[in-house]
Design a protein around this ligand. Structure first.
Ligand code: NAP
Length: 309
């Protein structure tokens, strides 16, 4: 039987609708809307798309969102200076530095930049103080993608308490906070990564399987317990015909989109998983809109907290 599709876009709409009155009330009280400063370094095509969507969504919901562009040739110090300015800005309640930074800035560039963002403006939940609070299950700003996935699971009535959850991927922005959020809701959590032995076997024990690795179609039916809930986080822009046709044969809808556009966004979960899973959050249209909705929510929360509400 085909999996129930979890409607991330619809849940995202609901979250945005819930955020709207808070934005209006804050704006009325403060005489200005909640503000988000986005820093984009270089011209990574995927980042350009993400940032454009974030700016538009923030504007649509009545938030102020400013884009601060930095050329790829700039130095790490230039980026740090900009973040320091945003830290002091009265207009900006949230700061988001779009990842990845150019490789030339050095291996520890992201860490240095994220560490400089004021914890109370850290809408990506990456500052060590916010990560520490998350580890201890205290109220804090939490990374948008995993927070959105929890909203999706809870609002779709997927039982988390007592469930076995497997998270594939251990990044600071998705895998680790995802595992902690599931743990705090009483799932029994396993985190997998590139050195995990027998990954399909470990994954196939999961009632809830979250795939966040960035490998198109990696999670095949062999990874999935029949009836499990599968959340696909992966978003890889694929222009390689062979990869597309391995997953989406000519004549399929996704293949048609590929023919029209020359590339498509592909998740980590193989399309055949829909025949095994009980519920599935697909790519595109699943986790992406939730991430945006949670960014707006985090920005409002940061604004309210900074205003002492
Ligand atoms: P990341 O920082 O590159 O981390 C990838 C993780 O996957 C690492 O922990 C890596 O393991 C693991 N991995 C890679 N290949 C693997 C393999 N063959 N087997 C097992 N594990 C493997 O990526 P990320 O930032 O977490 O993002 C993951 C994916 O989610 C990407 O496609 C990204 O675009 C997408 N994403 C989507 C949204 C959204 O809003 N829709 C938001 C964030 C991210 P090691 O640690 O061992 O190297």
């Amino acid at each position: 039987m085909a999996a129930r599709m979890l409607d991330g876009a619809l849940v995202a709409q609901h979250i945005r609708r819930e955020v709207a009155p808070g934005v209006a009330a804050f704006t009325e009280r403060a005489g200005r809307p909640p503000g988000l400063g986005i820093v984009l370094v270089g011209e990574d095509p995927a980042s350009e798309i993400y940032v454009r969507t974030k700016l538009k969504s923030a504007g649509d919901e009545g938030l102020r969102a400013d884009l601060h562009r930095v050329p790829a040739t700039a130095s790490l110090d230039d980026v740090l200076r900009l973040v320091a300015e945003l830290n002091e800005s009265e207009m900006h309640d949230g700061i988001l530095v779009q990842s990845p930074l150019p490789a030339a800035m050095g291996e520890d560039a992201e860490r240095r930049v994220f560490d400089l963002v004021r914890p109370d403006k850290d809408v990506d939940g990456l500052h060590p103080i916010n990560v520490g609070r998350l580890v201890q299950n205290r109220a804090t700003l939490v990374s948008c993608t995993p927070a959105g996935i929890i909203e999706l699971l809870e609002r779709s009535n997927v039982a988390i308490r007592g469930a076995r959850a497997v998270v594939i991927g251990r990044s600071d922005i998705v895998g680790k906070p995802m595992a902690l959020l599931l743990l705090h809701r009483h799932a029994t959590v396993t985190i997998c990564h590139s050195r995990t032995v027998d990954l399909p076997g470990v994954a196939a024990a999961a009632d809830i399987l979250v795939a966040a690795i960035g490998r198109p179609g990696f999670v095949t039916p062999a990874f999935v317990k029949p009836g499990a809930t599968v959340i696909d986080v992966g978003t890889t822009h694929v222009a390689d015909r062979a990869v597309v046709e391995r997953l989406f044969p000519p004549g399929s809808k996704r293949h048609e989109v590929f023919e029209r556009r020359g590339s498509i966004v592909v998740g980590d979960v193989h399309p055949d998983v829909a025949q095994v899973a009980g519920a599935l959050s697909p790519v595109p249209g699943g986790v992406g809109p939730l991430t945006i909705a949670m960014l707006l929510k985090n920005t409002l929360t940061a604004a309210q907290l900074r205003a002492g509400a």
